[in-house]
Design a protein around this ligand. Structure first.
Ligand code: SF4
Length: 327
């Protein structure tokens, strides 16, 4: 680990001042400290933001939900309001990491976590555009079974590892950030960036900006929702594929559908074609199958991960049936 200085921010102003000067924010530290040990990350200054008042979960005036950036994953998963309004969020969190990690890691840190691509984490691997811009991508011609099939570029094919980010993408959340120029809200779809030619740039944060929370907009009620994660083993493993589904069904007709996939995209992957195929139709097994056929539209599989195309369709179909009911 490289030497670094450490400062603890007592106020948001202190944190922003330190962030503006190039300090790196840390809270739970469950990703960043790992990466510092592996020397993938070498921040010169860590700014501990754990003491900031960002640990509240509240219902917004419009009937949505705001989750503070420093709420622990386990706290959010167990929160009565989250469980009642958006079970898809609770389920995505409970299927993430180990209990110990969920007790430490925060919501803000979770969506900021970096890819699990093994080449990215191995500093002895020569080529990784995300870690060393311009060096190439070892995964393209290497072992790429767990890599992305959607949103890839010539420069990078790594997946985003977060589960709860898939639920946030499905529900069209916004990320609230605070910086030297004040507060702004960034739609979740714009917050995490596809790799393009600059895979080292992963979020739409400006210098010194701090995530203060995630807001879920109000959706029509009742809203059924849930998360399915398919992985090589049943615990402490990242998704090969996953599906976050939320459906508003009234009068026997699907009025609103929110669907996103994980484990397959360079960012959590919203599935608008699947959503369009559902809206205005009556739930049925045939509908779930037909809609899920659109889940892998645009997929560009690599040498070792062609299986993800079919697995993604089946994951989405299964979760549509679980949430929407079979007939
Ligand atoms: Fe690096 Fe991305 Fe290639 Fe992995 S997929 S080696 S993170 S550039």
């Amino acid at each position: 680990m490289h030497p670094f200085s450490y400062t603890r921010a007592a106020t948001t102003r202190q944190a922003l001042d330190a962030g503006r000067d190039g300090g790196r924010y840390i809270a739970g530290g469950t990703t960043l400290v790992d990466l510092m040990r592996e020397t993938v990350e070498r921040p010169r200054t860590l700014v501990d933001i754990s003491a900031l008042p960002l640990r509240e979960i509240m219902v917004t005036r419009r009937g949505g939900l705001r989750i503070g950036a420093l709420v622990r994953m386990s706290e959010a998963a167990a929160h009565r309001g989250v469980r009642a309004l958006y079970p898809v969020i609770s389920e995505a969190l409970e299927l993430s990491a180990s209990a110990q990690l969920r007790n430490m890691a925060t919501i803000g840190g979770n969506i900021m976590q970096r890819t699990r691509c093994t080449y990215f984490r191995d500093v002895t691997a020569a080529a990784c555009n995300k870690r060393a811009p311009g060096s190439g991508c070892a995964a393209r011609d290497g072992f790429n079974r767990t890599h992305a099939i959607l949103g890839t570029s010539d420069a990078c094919v790594a997946t985003h590892p977060s589960d709860v980010a898939v639920a946030f993408a499905a529900l069209e959340a916004t990320v609230v950030v605070l910086g030297p120029d004040g507060e702004r809200s960034v739609p979740f779809a714009d917050f995490l960036l596809r790799p393009g030619s600059t895979p080292n740039r992963e979020q739409a944060l400006r210098r010194g900006e701090l995530i203060t929370g995630v807001e879920i907009p109000a959706h029509p009620r009742p809203l059924r929702s849930g998360y399915l994660k398919v992985r090589d083993r049943q615990s402490y493993e990242f998704a090969l594929t996953s599906a976050a589904v939320a459906l508003h069904i009234r009068g026997g007709v699907i009025r609103e559908a929110k669907v996103a996939a994980g484990g397959v995209g360079t960012v959590p992957w919203k599935l608008p074609a699947v959503e369009r195929a559902l809206i205005g139709r009556r739930p049925s097994d045939a509908l779930w199958t037909k809609a899920a056929e659109r889940a892998a539209d645009g997929a560009r599989p690599l040498h070792h991960n062609r299986f993800k195309v079919e697995l993604l369709k089946r994951t989405v179909e299964r979760q549509l049936r679980v949430v929407g009911g079979g007939r």
